[in-house]
Ligand binder design. Structure first.
Ligand code: 3PG
Length: 309
Protein backbone atom coordinates (compact mmCIF):
# COMPACT_ATOMS: atom_id res chain seq x y z
CA UNK A 1 0.00 0.00 0.00
CA UNK A 2 1.16 3.53 -0.66
CA UNK A 3 1.08 5.79 2.40
CA UNK A 4 1.33 9.54 1.83
CA UNK A 5 2.38 11.92 4.61
CA UNK A 6 1.00 15.32 3.52
CA UNK A 7 1.83 18.15 5.89
CA UNK A 8 1.86 21.81 4.93
CA UNK A 9 3.30 22.38 8.43
CA UNK A 10 5.86 19.57 8.58
CA UNK A 11 6.69 17.33 11.50
CA UNK A 12 10.19 17.38 12.98
CA UNK A 13 12.63 15.10 11.15
CA UNK A 14 12.82 12.34 13.82
CA UNK A 15 9.02 12.03 13.68
CA UNK A 16 9.07 11.75 9.88
CA UNK A 17 11.85 9.15 10.06
CA UNK A 18 9.87 7.20 12.67
CA UNK A 19 6.73 7.25 10.53
CA UNK A 20 8.71 6.07 7.51
CA UNK A 21 10.28 3.25 9.52
CA UNK A 22 6.92 1.97 10.78
CA UNK A 23 5.31 2.11 7.33
CA UNK A 24 8.21 0.48 5.48
CA UNK A 25 8.80 -2.19 8.15
CA UNK A 26 5.22 -3.30 7.60
CA UNK A 27 5.91 -3.70 3.87
CA UNK A 28 4.20 -0.52 2.66
CA UNK A 29 5.54 2.28 0.50
CA UNK A 30 6.14 5.68 2.13
CA UNK A 31 5.95 9.00 0.26
CA UNK A 32 5.76 12.54 1.58
CA UNK A 33 4.58 15.96 0.54
CA UNK A 34 5.78 18.62 2.96
CA UNK A 35 5.45 22.41 3.10
CA UNK A 36 3.09 22.44 0.14
CA UNK A 37 1.36 25.73 -0.56
CA UNK A 38 -1.29 24.93 -3.16
CA UNK A 39 -4.24 22.56 -2.89
CA UNK A 40 -3.35 21.34 -6.40
CA UNK A 41 -0.12 19.85 -5.00
CA UNK A 42 -2.11 17.75 -2.56
CA UNK A 43 -4.58 16.70 -5.28
CA UNK A 44 -1.68 15.56 -7.40
CA UNK A 45 0.17 13.73 -4.61
CA UNK A 46 -2.88 11.88 -3.34
CA UNK A 47 -3.97 10.41 -6.66
CA UNK A 48 -2.43 6.96 -6.16
CA UNK A 49 -2.30 6.92 -2.33
CA UNK A 50 -4.01 4.17 -0.34
CA UNK A 51 -3.52 5.94 3.00
CA UNK A 52 -2.97 9.50 4.05
CA UNK A 53 -1.46 11.04 7.20
CA UNK A 54 -2.19 14.74 7.72
CA UNK A 55 -2.16 17.46 10.38
CA UNK A 56 -4.47 20.48 9.94
CA UNK A 57 -4.35 19.95 6.17
CA UNK A 58 -7.73 20.29 4.48
CA UNK A 59 -9.04 17.02 3.07
CA UNK A 60 -12.28 17.82 1.27
CA UNK A 61 -14.51 16.05 -1.21
CA UNK A 62 -12.33 17.14 -4.10
CA UNK A 63 -9.23 15.62 -2.53
CA UNK A 64 -11.09 12.36 -1.92
CA UNK A 65 -12.43 12.25 -5.47
CA UNK A 66 -8.86 12.76 -6.70
CA UNK A 67 -7.75 9.69 -4.71
CA UNK A 68 -9.65 6.65 -6.01
CA UNK A 69 -7.50 4.18 -4.03
CA UNK A 70 -7.73 6.03 -0.72
CA UNK A 71 -8.97 3.82 2.12
CA UNK A 72 -7.88 5.64 5.25
CA UNK A 73 -7.04 9.19 6.39
CA UNK A 74 -5.40 9.63 9.77
CA UNK A 75 -5.33 13.11 11.23
CA UNK A 76 -2.18 13.01 13.38
CA UNK A 77 -3.68 15.10 16.14
CA UNK A 78 -6.95 15.66 17.96
CA UNK A 79 -9.30 17.91 15.95
CA UNK A 80 -10.59 16.59 12.63
CA UNK A 81 -12.73 19.54 11.53
CA UNK A 82 -10.35 19.82 8.53
CA UNK A 83 -11.65 16.54 7.07
CA UNK A 84 -15.02 16.26 5.31
CA UNK A 85 -16.35 13.26 7.22
CA UNK A 86 -19.52 12.95 5.17
CA UNK A 87 -17.60 12.85 1.90
CA UNK A 88 -15.23 10.28 3.43
CA UNK A 89 -18.12 8.03 4.41
CA UNK A 90 -19.63 8.41 0.92
CA UNK A 91 -16.28 7.42 -0.61
CA UNK A 92 -15.87 4.47 1.78
CA UNK A 93 -12.86 6.06 3.46
CA UNK A 94 -12.11 5.50 7.14
CA UNK A 95 -11.08 8.66 9.04
CA UNK A 96 -9.20 8.48 12.34
CA UNK A 97 -7.49 10.88 14.73
CA UNK A 98 -4.81 10.18 17.35
CA UNK A 99 -6.48 11.41 20.54
CA UNK A 100 -4.30 12.54 23.43
CA UNK A 101 -0.98 12.23 21.60
CA UNK A 102 -0.23 15.95 21.47
CA UNK A 103 -2.24 16.96 24.56
CA UNK A 104 0.68 17.71 26.86
CA UNK A 105 2.33 20.02 24.32
CA UNK A 106 -0.86 22.08 23.97
CA UNK A 107 -1.43 22.13 27.73
CA UNK A 108 2.08 23.43 28.39
CA UNK A 109 1.50 26.22 25.88
CA UNK A 110 -1.62 27.31 27.81
CA UNK A 111 0.60 28.04 30.81
CA UNK A 112 3.31 29.57 28.65
CA UNK A 113 0.80 32.05 27.26
CA UNK A 114 -0.76 32.79 30.65
CA UNK A 115 2.60 33.52 32.26
CA UNK A 116 3.82 35.55 29.29
CA UNK A 117 0.73 37.75 29.44
CA UNK A 118 0.60 37.99 33.25
CA UNK A 119 4.24 39.13 33.30
CA UNK A 120 3.49 41.82 30.71
CA UNK A 121 5.47 40.03 28.01
CA UNK A 122 8.61 40.25 30.13
CA UNK A 123 8.83 44.01 29.57
CA UNK A 124 10.19 44.65 33.08
CA UNK A 125 7.00 46.13 34.54
CA UNK A 126 5.13 44.71 37.56
CA UNK A 127 3.06 41.70 36.57
CA UNK A 128 0.87 39.10 38.26
CA UNK A 129 1.17 35.50 39.42
CA UNK A 130 -1.05 32.54 38.62
CA UNK A 131 -1.13 31.15 42.14
CA UNK A 132 -4.67 30.70 43.53
CA UNK A 133 -6.29 32.33 40.47
CA UNK A 134 -9.37 30.44 39.33
CA UNK A 135 -8.99 28.57 36.06
CA UNK A 136 -12.04 27.50 34.03
CA UNK A 137 -11.80 24.72 31.45
CA UNK A 138 -14.46 24.79 28.78
CA UNK A 139 -14.78 21.08 27.85
CA UNK A 140 -12.78 18.31 29.43
CA UNK A 141 -10.95 16.19 26.87
CA UNK A 142 -7.29 15.15 26.76
CA UNK A 143 -5.82 18.67 26.60
CA UNK A 144 -8.04 20.03 29.37
CA UNK A 145 -7.05 17.12 31.61
CA UNK A 146 -3.36 17.90 31.16
CA UNK A 147 -4.07 21.59 31.86
CA UNK A 148 -5.89 20.61 35.07
CA UNK A 149 -2.96 18.43 36.13
CA UNK A 150 -0.39 21.19 35.57
CA UNK A 151 -2.63 23.78 37.28
CA UNK A 152 -2.33 21.86 40.55
CA UNK A 153 1.35 22.83 40.62
CA UNK A 154 0.29 26.48 40.50
CA UNK A 155 -2.24 25.91 43.29
CA UNK A 156 -5.02 27.13 40.99
CA UNK A 157 -8.59 26.03 41.73
CA UNK A 158 -9.80 24.47 38.48
CA UNK A 159 -13.43 24.56 37.35
CA UNK A 160 -14.60 22.48 34.42
CA UNK A 161 -17.72 22.40 32.31
CA UNK A 162 -18.41 19.87 29.61
CA UNK A 163 -21.66 19.72 27.65
CA UNK A 164 -21.20 15.95 27.29
CA UNK A 165 -20.09 15.00 30.82
CA UNK A 166 -22.15 14.98 33.99
CA UNK A 167 -20.99 16.19 37.41
CA UNK A 168 -20.44 12.57 38.36
CA UNK A 169 -18.31 11.97 35.27
CA UNK A 170 -16.20 15.00 36.14
CA UNK A 171 -15.90 14.00 39.78
CA UNK A 172 -14.90 10.47 38.79
CA UNK A 173 -11.86 12.05 37.16
CA UNK A 174 -10.69 12.47 40.76
CA UNK A 175 -6.99 12.62 39.94
CA UNK A 176 -7.53 15.98 38.20
CA UNK A 177 -9.37 17.49 41.18
CA UNK A 178 -11.66 19.72 39.12
CA UNK A 179 -14.74 21.46 40.48
CA UNK A 180 -17.65 20.68 38.13
CA UNK A 181 -19.63 23.71 36.89
CA UNK A 182 -23.35 23.34 36.19
CA UNK A 183 -23.31 25.34 33.00
CA UNK A 184 -21.04 27.35 30.76
CA UNK A 185 -22.49 30.46 32.43
CA UNK A 186 -21.40 29.25 35.87
CA UNK A 187 -17.95 28.41 34.48
CA UNK A 188 -17.43 31.88 33.02
CA UNK A 189 -18.78 33.55 36.17
CA UNK A 190 -16.41 31.66 38.48
CA UNK A 191 -13.18 31.86 36.52
CA UNK A 192 -10.39 34.43 36.32
CA UNK A 193 -8.93 32.57 33.34
CA UNK A 194 -10.98 30.64 30.80
CA UNK A 195 -9.23 28.11 28.58
CA UNK A 196 -11.12 26.70 25.58
CA UNK A 197 -10.87 22.99 24.82
CA UNK A 198 -13.91 22.02 22.82
CA UNK A 199 -13.84 20.66 19.27
CA UNK A 200 -15.22 22.73 16.41
CA UNK A 201 -18.71 21.41 15.64
CA UNK A 202 -21.86 23.02 14.26
CA UNK A 203 -23.07 23.72 17.78
CA UNK A 204 -19.76 24.98 19.18
CA UNK A 205 -19.12 27.51 16.39
CA UNK A 206 -19.07 31.03 17.96
CA UNK A 207 -20.33 29.57 21.26
CA UNK A 208 -18.07 32.00 23.17
CA UNK A 209 -20.26 35.03 22.67
CA UNK A 210 -21.09 38.31 24.36
CA UNK A 211 -23.52 36.86 26.88
CA UNK A 212 -20.93 34.35 28.16
CA UNK A 213 -17.99 36.74 28.06
CA UNK A 214 -19.91 39.39 29.97
CA UNK A 215 -20.12 37.02 32.97
CA UNK A 216 -16.35 36.96 33.52
CA UNK A 217 -14.62 39.30 35.97
CA UNK A 218 -13.73 42.75 34.59
CA UNK A 219 -10.11 41.65 34.26
CA UNK A 220 -11.00 38.28 32.74
CA UNK A 221 -8.54 36.37 30.55
CA UNK A 222 -9.53 34.14 27.63
CA UNK A 223 -7.05 31.57 26.27
CA UNK A 224 -7.73 29.78 23.02
CA UNK A 225 -5.54 26.86 21.96
CA UNK A 226 -8.46 25.12 20.26
CA UNK A 227 -10.09 26.70 17.17
CA UNK A 228 -10.61 30.35 16.19
CA UNK A 229 -14.20 29.65 15.10
CA UNK A 230 -15.27 28.92 18.70
CA UNK A 231 -15.13 32.63 19.51
CA UNK A 232 -17.50 35.27 18.19
CA UNK A 233 -14.82 37.81 17.32
CA UNK A 234 -17.14 40.83 17.15
CA UNK A 235 -18.47 39.99 20.61
CA UNK A 236 -14.97 39.58 22.01
CA UNK A 237 -13.88 42.92 20.54
CA UNK A 238 -16.94 44.52 22.14
CA UNK A 239 -16.07 43.04 25.55
CA UNK A 240 -12.45 44.15 25.26
CA UNK A 241 -13.61 47.66 24.37
CA UNK A 242 -15.94 47.75 27.36
CA UNK A 243 -13.40 46.26 29.77
CA UNK A 244 -9.99 47.89 29.71
CA UNK A 245 -8.33 45.01 31.61
CA UNK A 246 -9.73 42.02 29.67
CA UNK A 247 -7.09 39.95 27.84
CA UNK A 248 -7.13 37.46 24.97
CA UNK A 249 -4.25 35.09 24.21
CA UNK A 250 -4.66 32.70 21.31
CA UNK A 251 -2.75 30.07 19.40
CA UNK A 252 -5.27 30.26 16.55
CA UNK A 253 -5.04 33.63 14.82
CA UNK A 254 -8.47 35.30 14.57
CA UNK A 255 -9.90 36.50 11.25
CA UNK A 256 -9.93 40.00 12.80
CA UNK A 257 -6.29 39.80 13.88
CA UNK A 258 -5.44 43.28 12.54
CA UNK A 259 -8.34 44.86 14.42
CA UNK A 260 -7.44 43.08 17.69
CA UNK A 261 -3.83 44.15 17.32
CA UNK A 262 -4.64 47.73 16.49
CA UNK A 263 -7.21 48.17 19.26
CA UNK A 264 -5.61 46.11 22.04
CA UNK A 265 -1.85 45.92 21.42
CA UNK A 266 -1.05 45.14 25.07
CA UNK A 267 -4.03 42.88 25.81
CA UNK A 268 -4.15 40.68 22.74
CA UNK A 269 -1.54 38.11 21.84
CA UNK A 270 -1.41 35.49 19.11
CA UNK A 271 1.28 33.02 18.14
CA UNK A 272 2.51 33.62 14.58
CA UNK A 273 1.47 30.09 13.54
CA UNK A 274 -0.53 27.48 15.45
CA UNK A 275 2.17 25.92 17.56
CA UNK A 276 0.42 24.13 20.43
CA UNK A 277 1.37 20.72 19.05
CA UNK A 278 4.62 21.92 17.53
CA UNK A 279 7.09 20.12 19.79
CA UNK A 280 9.45 17.29 18.91
CA UNK A 281 7.69 15.10 21.47
CA UNK A 282 4.15 15.77 20.22
CA UNK A 283 5.23 15.37 16.57
CA UNK A 284 6.65 11.98 17.41
CA UNK A 285 3.73 10.85 19.57
CA UNK A 286 1.05 11.83 17.06
CA UNK A 287 3.00 10.88 13.92
CA UNK A 288 4.04 7.44 15.12
CA UNK A 289 0.55 6.74 16.46
CA UNK A 290 -0.88 7.63 13.02
CA UNK A 291 1.59 5.29 11.28
CA UNK A 292 0.84 2.44 13.69
CA UNK A 293 -2.90 2.94 13.23
CA UNK A 294 -2.53 2.67 9.45
CA UNK A 295 -0.46 -0.51 9.74
CA UNK A 296 -3.04 -2.06 12.10
CA UNK A 297 -5.86 -1.00 9.77
CA UNK A 298 -4.35 -2.76 6.75
CA UNK A 299 -3.13 -5.76 8.77
CA UNK A 300 -6.11 -6.45 11.06
CA UNK A 301 -8.90 -4.17 9.86
CA UNK A 302 -8.45 -2.27 13.15
CA UNK A 303 -10.69 0.83 13.16
CA UNK A 304 -10.23 1.67 16.81
CA UNK A 305 -9.92 5.45 16.42
CA UNK A 306 -12.42 5.82 13.57
CA UNK A 307 -14.37 9.10 13.78
CA UNK A 308 -16.72 8.85 10.77
CA UNK A 309 -19.70 6.52 10.31
C1 3PG B 1 -4.93 19.25 17.03
O1 3PG B 1 -6.13 19.33 16.74
O2 3PG B 1 -4.37 18.16 17.25
C2 3PG B 1 -4.13 20.51 17.22
O3 3PG B 1 -4.88 21.62 16.88
C3 3PG B 1 -2.79 20.49 16.50
O4 3PG B 1 -2.89 20.77 15.13
P1 3PG B 1 -1.60 20.75 14.18
O5 3PG B 1 -1.18 19.34 14.00
O6 3PG B 1 -2.06 21.37 12.91
O7 3PG B 1 -0.52 21.55 14.82
Amino acid sequence: MKVLLATSKPFALPAVQGIQHIIESAGHQFVKLEKYEEESQLLDAVKDADALIIRSDIVNKEAMKAAPNLKIVVRAGAGYDNVDLEAATDCGICVMNTPGQNANAVAELVFGMMIYAQRNRFDGSVGHELIRKRLGLYAFGSVAKMVAKIARGFDMPVYAYSPILTHDDLRKEGEYGVIPADSSEELFRNSDFISLHMPLLDDTRRCVNYSLLSLTPQDGFLINTARKELVDEDDLIRIMEERPAFQYATDVKPDKHDEFLQKFPKRYFTTPKKLGAQTAEANKNAGLAAANQIVAFFRDGDECFRVNQ
